[in-house]
Design a protein around this ligand. Structure first.
Ligand code: NAD
Ligand code: LMR
Length: 327
């Protein structure tokens, strides 16, 4: 058996975590041979509920669960941690855009970025789930100057997974047949689900669908799926978000599939003309615990416009929180 790794989850008494924690402890994050110590962070009023979650984790008798820490102190939660899933933040309600959460949630991520900087493993992998995820990831990253910015990422894997299913259903295939889909940009209504490089069962996706359906149906369905779930469920997506978070970290740590890629919100190096330093979703391949942006894709004018629109929104979000971004 391997030595245990430390996995911090914030917002650990919330609804996403109620799906996430049990799957992490069951081995769905890092494999069935990797023991984990869960370091669970909540705000003080939620500590009692968190205790209940920890009791249930105990009651599952998971063979891979090597320990549980519960705390309301970020300095304890991030101590020596190898993986951090930053879920804790307020979710939006009906009629809100995710960026409406900026003022409520941004401060959380500057505090946690500092705690990561001061206490976490130098090799930590950070995934931000709490919305607005890309800009919260930027805030955490900028408050952790001693950690490589490439180690801070934001979740667009749920959008990627949504896009896979919509395309599979339209073409009468399964998600296993769909490869090389891309989510560009922000986890928001400006994200750009791009099928120009995708294949379905080996065939070029754009030959199987028409442009009118792509523009009027597919793109808005993927962009607005979070709002559609809120309208249907009365609460924001939880089990699917947890599943995507597991997918994101597992792919990053253990590698992406041969001949395919995934979408991750990552630190822009200026690829595809996107401003350096933004946390922007790109197509990435993962190998040896690291990610690389897929290079050399041909971008047509339609795509270019949409990639720039979502970049512009990220620049505006960044400018709105500039007091939380140390130089
Ligand atoms: P929730 O309200 O059920 O749970 C959030 C938890 O975070 C609560 O228990 C709360 O006490 C805790 N919390 C608040 N501030 C905290 C802090 N400073 N430190 C630690 N914990 C803190 O919400 P949820 O449904 O689990 O959603 C969590 C976040 O994830 C929301 O912002 C939601 O919009 C976002 N989300 C993102 C995606 C994505 O694809 N990126 C998908 C779904 C949801
Ligand atoms: C989602 O995409 O389901 C989440 O970001 C929740 C939301 O506010 O849409």
């Amino acid at each position: 058996m391997k030595a245990p790794v430390r996995v911090t989850v914030t917002g650990a008494a919330g609804q996403i975590s109620y799906s996430l924690l049990f799957r992490i402890a069951a081995g769905d994050l890092l494999g069935k041979d990797q023991p984990v110590i869960l370091q669970l962070l909540e705000i003080t009023p939620a500590l009692k509920a968190l205790q209940g979650v920890a009791m249930e984790l105990d009651d599952c008798a998971f063979p891979l669960l090597a320990g549980i820490v519960t705390t309301d102190d970020p300095n304890v939660a991030f101590k020596d941690t190898d993986y951090a899933l930053l879920v804790g933040a307020r979710p939006r309600g009906p009629g809100m855009e995710r960026k409406d959460l900026l003022s409520a949630n941004a401060a959380i991520f500057s505090v946690q970025g500092k705690a990561i900087n001061d206490h976490a493993s130098r090799n930590i992998k950070v995934l931000v789930v709490g919305n607005p995820a890309n800009t919260n990831a930027l805030i955490a990253q900028r408050n952790a100057p001693d950690i490589n910015p490439r180690q801070f990422t934001a979740m667009t894997r749920l959008d990627h997974n949504r896009g896979l299913t919509q395309l599979a259903q339209k073409t009468g295939k399964t998600v296993n047949d769909v490869k090389k889909l891309i989510i560009w940009g922000n986890h928001s209504a400006t994200q750009y689900p791009d099928v120009h490089h995708a294949t379905v069962d080996g065939k070029t996706a754009t030959d199987l669908i028409d442009q009118a359906w792509y523009e009027a149906d597919y793109i808005p369905t993927v962009q607005q799926r979070g709002a559609a779930i809120i309208a249907a469920r009365g609460a924001s997506s939880a089990a699917s978000a947890a599943s995507a978070a597991l997918d994101h970290i597992r792919t990053w740590a253990l590698g992406s599939a041969e001949g395919d890629w995934v979408s991750m919100g990552v630190y822009s190096d200026g690829s595809y003309g996107i401003e350096k330093g933004l946390i922007y979703s790109f197509p990435v391949v993962c190998k040896n615990g690291d990610w690389e942006i897929v290079q050399g894709l041909e971008i047509n004018e339609f795509s270019r416009g949409k990639m720039q629109a979502t970049e512009k929104e990220l620049q505006e979000e960044r400018d709105a929180v500039k007091e939380l971004l140390p130089a």
